[in-house]
Design a protein around this ligand. Structure first.
Ligand code: ASP
Length: 330
């Protein structure tokens, strides 16, 4: 019998590791270390040998980008160990897709990395952390997960980090890949894939340019937040435009031209959860394309921001950044 694979579990906190305080009115907070999680899931030993790294014990909104970069570095170091088959990251669901997408840009090699979380905390009988951790371990231990980039395993589904978003704030079926669907599933412990991701870009080092802002445009929005960001010296801006493929009001165009003239790349995304930005349809979109705005494709704006941050840390050439976006989100 071949030995069970060794999976390293990085525990970062989140609802999956949380307990309700004595005074239930005070709510719940991260309390469990990685070993505490495993002790609640006896079945884990049938899937893999699990080594735990307690990275942090925080709600995911309190994870800074510096912490996430540090996590990606530790994951890369761990995966370079020949005895390690894969990694599982337990994480708050609030920014699970963000950390996993950044890790997808930075984690090198073919070994599986699987993020997971829970919608119900560990004090509750409905705690979904048990199933999600077991499924994530199964996905990380499966040779079929190799080469698929960073994955997110929730509620029996396996998603690509690039595609997945938390679509529902509280449902156990909160995570979906809106335009593409999941890559596969974990069914009774069996990991099954139906398709593989094709749009990955991996950076040679874990670094980001922090001076990038995301600005959401609503109907009738003024350009003042965009101008304020420019004035404050941002190195890049992502605009989340409206539903018409990311359209933005014409009165934004002069400020965008100024940004581009100053060499500040501007990426445009759409607020529609499905579909892509294209500079080919309406006259105003054609004009934005001619100005040199970079289309964010089908990436949600919060992921486009992370991609722009990573790209800017590796190149200042707008054309190189444009081609990275064309690879990840054509
Ligand atoms: N507040 C939590 C977090 O993101 C939500 C969760 O884990 O579901 O850490």
């Amino acid at each position: 019998m071949s030995p069970r694979p060794l999976i390293v579990l990085f525990a970062t906190g989140g609802t999956i590791s949380s307990l309700t305080s004595q005074d239930a009115a005070q709510g719940y907070a991260p309390a469990l270390a990685g070993e505490d999680l495993l002790s609640r899931i006896p079945g884990h030993a049938d899937i893999a040998r699990v080594e735990v790294t307690d990275f942090s014990r925080v709600v995911s909104q309190d994870l800074t980008l510096d912490m996430v970069i540090g996590l990606c570095r530790q994951v890369n170091r761990t995966l370079s160990r020949p005895d390690v088959a894969g990694v599982v990251i337990t994480h708050g669901t609030g920014t699970l897709e963000d950390t996993c997408f950044l890790a997808d840009l930075f984690v090198r090699g073919d070994k599986p990395v699987v993020g997971t979380g829970a919608m119900f905390n560990a004090s509750w009988p409905e705690w979904d952390g048990r199933r999600n951790i077991l499924d994530a371990l199964a996905a990380a231990a499966s040779p079929e997960s190799r080469g698929k980039g960073v994955l997110v395993c929730m509620n029996g589904e396996v998603h690509a980090a690039r595609d997945v978003v938390k679509m529902h704030a509280s449902s156990p079926a909160a995570f979906v890949s809106p335009g593409t669907g999941p890559l596969g599933c974990v069914d009774d412990g069996r990991v099954i894939y139906y398709r593989a991701p094709t749009r990955r870009h991996t950076f040679p080092s874990e670094a980001i340019e922090p001076e990038v802002e995301l600005i959401k445009v609503a109907q009738g929005s003024s350009d003042r937040l965009f101008r304020a960001a420019l004035h404050l010296g941002v190195r890049g801006v992502v605009i989340e435009g409206l539903g018409g493929r990311g359209t933005i009001p014409g009165w934004f165009f002069p400020a965008i031209r100024e940004a581009l003239t100053q060499g500040v790349p501007v990426v445009l995304c759409t607020r529609s959860p499905v579909g892509r930005v294209a500079f080919t349809v309406s006259a105003s979109m054609v004009e934005l394309g001619e100005m040199g705005v970079i289309p964010g494709g089908d990436l949600p704006a919060h992921k486009a921001r992370l991609l722009l941050m990573a790209a800017l840390a590796h190149t200042r050439k707008v054309e190189a950044i444009r081609s990275i976006f064309a690879t990840v989100a054509p």
